[in-house]
Design a protein around this ligand. Structure first.
Ligand SMILES: C[S@@+](CC[C@H](N)C(=O)[O-])C[C@H]1O[C@@H](n2cnc3c(N)ncnc32)[C@H](O)[C@@H]1O
Length: 270
């Protein structure tokens, strides 16, 4: 996991950069601040290593000449088109019942944002300090947006390892309607179809894969499934369409789309 990272900013955003740097430090990330004259496409191309940057739109992850942030405001047109009928995720997570839902692998928060828009009360849990800080920044911007501000009332962020978080809920005898899991999936092995899809991943996913390297330390999330089943009436796992089951636990409850599928596990006793 990243424990040291550069943060680029132009002089007018130095104060902001310092604030982000302090927040990241409190989450275990050592930030080296670098003031640059022009934080433009040319600069990013000439400095391709993974880093952060700050500008008028907040905090960004950058690498290989690209910039990325979990831009929830940019999702608004897609959110406006979404409906309980048209979205597989809505059927898999039974969103028409307005569930209390824990997204234990928050990432960029896009799935959770959609689920919150369609009626769920969502707690997003993310353990990566840089991603969590990017998410928090995105949530704060969404609070200022006319369309998203209402949705943000049903969104809560938790900076934690989900294994710990789920265990804690279980120790406190708390249950939820749904735990949603979308752990990282390796770009190689498991099956060729997934490899082809992953080769076309969009910019955001490419940068996410650089931040969360798969060699050696990638955690594929298998351990989360048994923990989630202890506290959720329904656990929903997002997988590439032809991927193996999470934790090798099969289920016949599946909703499949072109690129991905949702596997559901029901605990009738809860
Ligand atoms: C594929 S991304 C999720 C993408 C997300 N569904 C979205 O819509 O943006 C997986 C994320 O889960 C996080 N993650 C994996 N295991 C975790 C754990 N045990 N606790 C908390 N976060 C975890 C990773 O850091 C990564 O950000």
């Amino acid at each position: 996991m990243v424990s040291e990272i550069r943060l680029y900013s132009e002089s007018e955003f130095q104060e902001k950069a310092q604030q982000y740097s302090a927040v990241l430090f409190s989450r275990g990330v050592q930030v080296s601040m670098v003031q640059v004259e022009k934080l433009n496409a040319r600069f990013l191309r000439l400095n391709p290593e993974l880093a952060l940057c700050v500008d008028g739109s907040g905090l960004w992850l950058c690498a290989s000449g690209m910039k990325m942030q979990p831009d929830w405001v940019a999702e608004v047109p897609r959110l406006k088109r979404a409906s309980l009928k048209s979205e597989l995720i809505a059927r898999a997570c039974n969103l028409s019942e307005k569930p209390v839902l824990v997204d234990a692998t928050a990432g960029l928060g896009h799935d959770s944002l959609l689920m919150a828009c369609l009626g769920a009360s969502v707690t997003l849990v993310e353990r990566h300090p840089v991603l969590f800080t990017l998410l928090e920044d995105s949530l704060n911007r969404a609070k200022e947006d006319a369309y998203l501000s209402q949705v943000t009332a049903s969104i809560q962020l938790v900076f934690s390892d989900s294994a710990e978080y789920l265990k804690q809920l279980n120790d406190q005898n708390q249950t939820v309607d749904v735990v949603y899991l979308d752990p990282m999936f390796p770009q190689r092995d498991q099956n060729q179809q997934a490899v082809k899809k992953q080769a076309q991943v969009k910019k955001q996913m490419q940068l996410l894969h650089m931040l969360l390297p798969e060699d050696g330390e990638m955690d594929l999330g298998d351990a989360l499934l048994p923990l989630a089943k202890q506290i959720a009436k329904r656990v929903v796992v997002k997988r590439p369409r032809l991927a193996v089951f999470l934790n090798n636990e099969s289920t016949t409850y599946q909703w499949s789309g072109d690129a991905c599928r949702f596997d559901a596990y029901f605990q009738p006793g809860l």
